[in-house]
Design a protein around this ligand. Structure first.
Ligand SMILES: CC(C)(COP(=O)(O)OP(=O)(O)OC[C@H]1O[C@@H](n2cnc3c(N)ncnc32)[C@H](O)[C@@H]1OP(=O)(O)O)[C@@H](O)C(=O)NCCC(=O)NCCS
Length: 234
């Protein structure tokens, strides 16, 4: 692997707490941009840098003032830092988080980012490494596992339980007490009726309306949602 370019950190954000660490957003794609944007808006970190395995991105900017570093640079950062893995694909996000945490010899914190315009109940329980973007709702007593994405305008209603590394896509609506299994994708604009379960590793298609439980590893779409055959709602 070629040597990484010198590390030029952004100036410390004077609006962040004086002892705030740096945030490393791992994944310099579109989802990384959303995560970095939310992190900057939250003012919870002294600054934000991005990191990516793709060499052609090193030295570029993810957003204004957010440089993209090589993974090698993580070992040389001159200030305390936290990690947020920003990859939209659930399995890749989980795999990268595990790889990066194992490689950092302990001490690295998986950071949760909450956009200041996310509506988050104080009674909700949010795991490490989650991303709550602008205008999402996470209501009373909802529980989010590690690495969950609740994307723009998605609603996770009261008493929902979302498994680790799941993604509630933009505009999705979960009724009360819905359970979503680990690594599931609840597609953009879809609706899951109150009390149902969306199985681990399953995909509920964009715009679908689930009126019954979705089994583990299922691929369901349409209104009402049905199991798909080669992507076509039956
Ligand atoms: C349902 C889904 C899983 C199917 O994916 P796929 O197996 O790759 O399917 P394809 O894109 O090859 O489409 C196959 C067929 O299903 C139809 N189809 C695709 N998505 C559909 C959906 N959400 N609802 C109903 N029909 C759908 C296509 O029109 C196509 O029909 P055709 O064969 O008659 O032309 C996928 O389209 C989807 O909705 N994923 C969720 C995406 C999302 O919300 N991501 C979040 C991004 S932040």
């Amino acid at each position: 692997m070629p040597a990484s370019p010198p590390i030029a950190l952004p100036p410390a954000d004077p609006r962040a707490p004086a002892d705030a660490p740096l945030l490393v957003v791992f994944g310099a794609g579109g989802h990384g941009r959303v995560a970095a944007d939310a992190a900057l808006a939250s003012r919870a970190w002294r600054g934000v840098v991005a990191c990516d395995r793709r060499e052609q991105l090193w030295g570029s900017e993810l957003l204004d003032g957010v440089p993209v570093l090589s993974p090698r640079a993580l070992g040389d950062l001159p200030v305390p830092w936290q990690l947020h893995v920003a990859i939209g694909d659930n399995a890749s996000r989980r795999r990268e988080a595990q790889t990066l945490l194992a490689g950092q010899a302990g001490g690295t914190v998986l950071a949760t980012i909450v956009h200041p315009q996310a509506a988050l109940s104080p009674s909700a329980v949010i795991g490490p490494g989650c991303l709550l973007t602008a205008h999402c709702v996470v209501a009373a007593l909802a529980v989010l596992g590690e690495g969950v994405i609740v994307n723009h305008t998605a609603v996770v209603d009261h008493d929902c339980a979302i498994g680790a590394w799941a993604h509630i896509a933009p505009g999705a609506r979960l009724g009360g007490a819905v359970r979503v299994g680990d690594g599931a994708l609840v597609g953009s604009g879809s609706t899951v009726m109150r009390g149902l379960r969306v199985g681990s590793g399953s995909v509920l298609g964009a715009g679908a309306v689930a009126l019954q439980d979705i089994p583990d590893e299922g691929r369901w779409a349409g209104v009402p949602a049905r199991q798909t055959h080669d992507g076509v709602a039956a």
